[in-house]
Design a protein around this ligand. Structure first.
Ligand SMILES: C[S@@+](CC[C@H](N)C(=O)[O-])C[C@H]1O[C@@H](n2cnc3c(N)ncnc32)[C@H](O)[C@@H]1O
Length: 200
């Protein structure tokens, strides 16, 4: 994805940490540039913070994902969505993220719906969630989620990464699912950095 401006759209955008990561990739020369085409967030304080942090206009917020129609979204090369984890996390009641569960975590399926609706699908989609999504309890639902992405034409790569292995002084394990629209891509998750970091 070098030598171009990467068009990016994010869902469940919060304060936009993936967008910060893109900024870092740019400053370190891994990507040329990126442009935020839209974000989707419903919490008014998060929206305010997001716009202040990323210096963009609130008009780029496409709002509640449930109400978004694929035809209204501008084309993006990359979509990112860390969908709500309350119903998956060990710290919550683990009600799950079945498509029919009407939990906040089931909102992740809305991204699958939108992938099926847009005229041109993004080449890259990154989903992020808590490690517990890979547990036995959620395995079947996660497999259905992955099956739908494969049916949409994506090749999948997934892994649990720990922040402490990548220069952050905190043990924070997160599941990443990377979907790429062609199968000639030799994607590999980054190897842990040997940085003597101690977790807290
Ligand atoms: C796990 S947080 C994501 C945090 C984000 N990755 C960040 O870097 O800050 C989930 C976010 O989804 C938002 N959200 C919940 N329901 C939503 C919906 N129906 N449409 C859009 N955003 C929603 C929440 O307000 C919350 O900020």
């Amino acid at each position: 994805m070098t030598n171009k401006i990467i068009k990016v759209g994010t869902f469940f955008s919060g304060i936009g940490s993936p967008e910060k990561a893109l900024e870092k990739l740019k400053s370190e020369g891994y990507i040329d540039d990126y442009n935020l085409e839209f974000f989707s967030e419903i919490d008014k304080d998060a929206i305010k913070s997001y716009c202040a942090i990323h210096n963009i206009n609130q008009e780029l917020n496409v709002g509640n994902i449930v109400n978004i129609k694929g035809k209204d979204l501008p084309y993006c090369d990359l979509w990112i969505g860390g969908f709500p984890c309350q119903d998956i996390s060990c710290a919550g009641k683990m009600k799950g993220f079945d498509i029919t569960s009407s939990t906040r975590s089931s909102l992740g399926w809305e991204m699958i719906r939108l992938l099926g609706e847009v005229e041109t699908k993004p080449k890259y989609v990154i989903f992020e969630n808590v490690e517990n999504i890979t547990s036995k309890k959620f395995k079947e639902t996660l497999n259905l989620f992955k099956r739908d992405l494969i049916d949409l034409g994506y090749t999948l790569y997934d892994k649990v990464l720990n922040a402490v292995d990548y220069g952050i002084p905190q043990t924070r394990k997160r599941y990443f699912l990377v979907a790429i629209l062609d199968n000639n891509h030799n994607f590999k998750f980054p190897e842990p950095i040997n940085n003597d970091m101690r977790s807290i």
